[in-house]
Ligand binder design. Structure first.
Ligand SMILES: *[C@@H]1O[C@H](CO)[C@@H](O)[C@H](O)[C@H]1NC(C)=O
Ligand SMILES: CC(=O)N[C@H]1CO[C@H](CO)[C@@H](O)[C@@H]1O
Length: 620
């Protein structure tokens, strides 16, 4: 098997050298990328086939054995070595196994922000053979309950500052017999137990591997919530094998053992957790963990902690470029930036201002089975087509009808590949080595992401829901996400989820939610077209209160447009394209229009408000 792969790969490289010699100035990039992929694939095959099964936790334990005194996590003014992290997580594991009846295969939901304890608890759960469900700490009430129950968790662990959010859903949790822990020394809420005191009292000796003997590469390692493209958040199943796949991206982009990575994005997302934290464990490097992103402290932190690698999402890079220029902008050790969504204009500005940082733009969905790394650093591109990528990671770009929201099929009913210069829907072929595990306890949504009979009868693909453009040189550019999700402030917002919540407001009969562009901002901001019940007025106060209680700020519709009737397609799907195009300009829109003023409520939209948003005086 190995010899065969090596042979194919090297023959491939030889052919590639010849082919590209005369036609490409990206020869060196392509070759070095090919070598990196081959090296990585060999490593991956070795790791994934090890017996007994070798998870990221085992890799962590090897780091503890080989470099116990190396710093693992640096957080605020403290640091923890690999050995200390091992002891801390042993204590958590012992506390949990003493005070709960958790056994292998059970799920525990984590509801907390970025802090070292997040890491200890996850390690502890893995040591017990359990799965951690990483809840987004911005969600509340119905969404929180939904996320909690869709992974069938038995225990909830929440940080002390989220106590109120937990108390609100406590009656339902109690009904379901859920054990609730708060990370504090003591707790006097009926039905909630404190956890910190129990961790303090627990011993720190290693736990028997027997406790996780039933873990395999195919067992769920964590659940990460994604809005996917429709409906309420779904728990994407991340198996131990998938965890390795994403973690090894760090090796692919050339991370070295002396690197220090800055993790400030929320750990409940896959980029910080899988690519950042798990990747750091795979390479045995140091993580600088921060509670939250801060544009004004970003470079000071990088200098203070000698950070060499940063992760990003497009919006972050824009925030950094928007900070006032300083003399010491280039005074730092950051050499590599890893992430996605970097827009071409910001990218160029960023490099010019903050120095020659190697940017590796990646593309991939949490639950997806395909992904790319921009190995040439071509500004704006997510990747360049590469034959090895096509072998390891077979994908296809097909023609997509954005108005009808479905793939274009030919007379025989098959999909059509796009030509160079066109934009198409990205599909990833589902097979043993590129599986799609779908969503926990949600067969319907899992099936919805699969596309069958694509090029031949019976074939099966994962539908990414993303539109990518292929240019004439073979570079791929992310264009848009189809259907029912938009991105705002780095978070995906599922339009149907927001619409469902609006329907709970008394005066609302129908709601159509979509995202609109705002000048000077990445992504799209939430807007809703609403039809009111007969003889009722828009109740701005009730709407505001409901939206504020149930939705995180990035998901709240900032504009509401009242319509007599909502436009639907022939198949009764709500039409969004026209609404999106019309945006929120009161000069264009005749319908009554409302604007959500932060911390105040919905006020009538005026030309002044519009102008101040367009000029950037009103911040969104
Ligand atoms: C950062 O690097 C400098 C020089 O290499 C060193 O003196 C300093 O102690 C380092 N700081 C930290 C926090 O490791
Ligand atoms: C392998 C490779 O060539 N990577 C490129 C990635 O992007 C940076 C710039 O953004 C280039 O400098 C690298 O050469």
């Amino acid at each position: 098997m190995m010899a065969y792969i090596l042979f194919t790969a090297f023959t491939g490289v030889a052919i590639l050298l010849l082919v590209f010699y005369f036609r490409s100035c990206y020869l060196w990039d392509d070759v070095s990328y090919a070598l990196a992929i081959i090296k990585l694939t060999i490593r991956k095959i070795k790791v994934l086939n090890r017996k007994p099964c070798y998870t990221i936790l085992d890799c962590f334990l090897d780091n503890v054995a080989h470099q116990p005194d190396k710093k693992f996590i640096i957080f605020e003014e403290s640091f923890y070595t690999y050995r200390q992290a091992e002891k801390e997580s042993n204590k958590v594991a012992r506390a949990l196994s003493t005070h709960t009846s958790l056994t292998q295969g059970d799920t525990v939901a984590l509801f907390m922000g970025n802090e070292p304890r997040f890491v200890w608890i996850w390690l502890a759960l893995t040591k017990l053979g359990c799965t951690a469900a990483l809840l987004n700490y911005n969600i509340r009430s119905t969404s929180l309950l939904h996320c909690f129950s869709c992974c069938e968790a038995k225990v909830l662990v929440a940080s002390a500052d989220l106590r109120e959010a937990v108390e609100k859903v406590l009656p339902t949790l109690k009904q379901q017999g859920i054990l609730v822990f708060i990370l504090s020394e003591e707790c006097n809420i009926d039905g909630v137990e404190s956890l910190c005191d129990k961790i303090e009292q627990a011993g720190d000796q290693p736990l028997s591997p027997q406790l996780r003997a039933s873990t395999t590469m195919k067992s769920p390692a964590v659940y990460i919530y994604t809005s996917g493209t429709t409906g309420l958040p779904k728990a994407a199943v991340i198996t131990h094998a998938q965890m390795w796949r994403v973690a090894s991206l760090q090796a692919l982009v050339g991370v070295r053992s002396d690197d220090i990575i800055f993790v400030y994005l929320p750990l409940y997302h896959s980029s910080a957790f899988l690519m950042g934290l798990c990747g750091a464990i795979a390479e045995g490097i140091t993580v600088v963990l921060r509670r939250k992103f801060s544009a004004s402290n970003f470079w000071n932190d990088c200098r203070k902690y000698n950070v060499t690698i940063i992760q990003y999402i497009g919006e972050i890079m824009r925030y950094l470029c928007n900070t006032p220029k300083k003399d010491n902008d280039r005074d730092h050790k950051v050499r590599l930036a890893l992430g996605n969504g970097f827009r071409a204009d910001t990218w160029a500005e960023f490099l010019q201002r903050f120095g020659d940082i190697c940017v590796r733009e990646c593309y991939g969905a949490t639950e997806g089975n395909t992904g790319f790394v921009n190995h040439t650093g071509k500004i704006g591109a997510v990747a360049k087509e590469h034959f090895l990528n096509k072998i390891m990671n077979p994908y296809a770009l097909i023609k997509y009808d954005t108005a009808r929201e479905e793939p274009v099929r030919d007379s025989r009913g098959f999909c059509i590949k796009i030509q160079k210069g066109e934009t198409g829907l990205l599909l990833g072929k589902i097979r043993n080595t590129n599986p799609f595990h779908g969503y926990a306890k949600n067969k319907q949504q899992t099936e919805k992401k699969k596309l069958r009979d694509v090029f031949v009868k019976g074939d099966l693909y994962y539908n990414s829901g993303d539109l990518l453009k292929l240019d004439h040189e073979g570079f791929l550019y992310f264009q848009d996400r189809v259907g029912d999700t938009f991105r705002w402030k780095g978070e995906n917002v599922a339009t149907t989820e927001v619409a469902d919540l609006l329907l709970m407001v008394d005066c609302v009969e129908e709601a159509n939610v979509y995202g609109v562009k705002v000048p000077g901002h990445e992504g799209r901001i939430g807007m809703a077209a609403v039809k009111l019940k007969a003889n009722m007025d828009f109740d701005s106060k009730a709407t505001y209160q409901h939206v504020r209680n149930c939705l995180p700020s990035y998901a709240r519709p900032r504009f509401i447009r009242i319509q007599d009737a909502l436009a639907v397609t022939g198949t009764y799907k709500q039409m969004k394209l026209e609404l999106v195009a019309e945006g929120f300009n009161p000069a264009v829109i005749r319908d009554p229009l409302f604007f959500l003023e932060e911390d105040k409520g919905y006020i009538p939209m005026t030309q002044e408000v519009f102008d101040s948003i367009a000029e950037g005086t009103t911040r969104l």
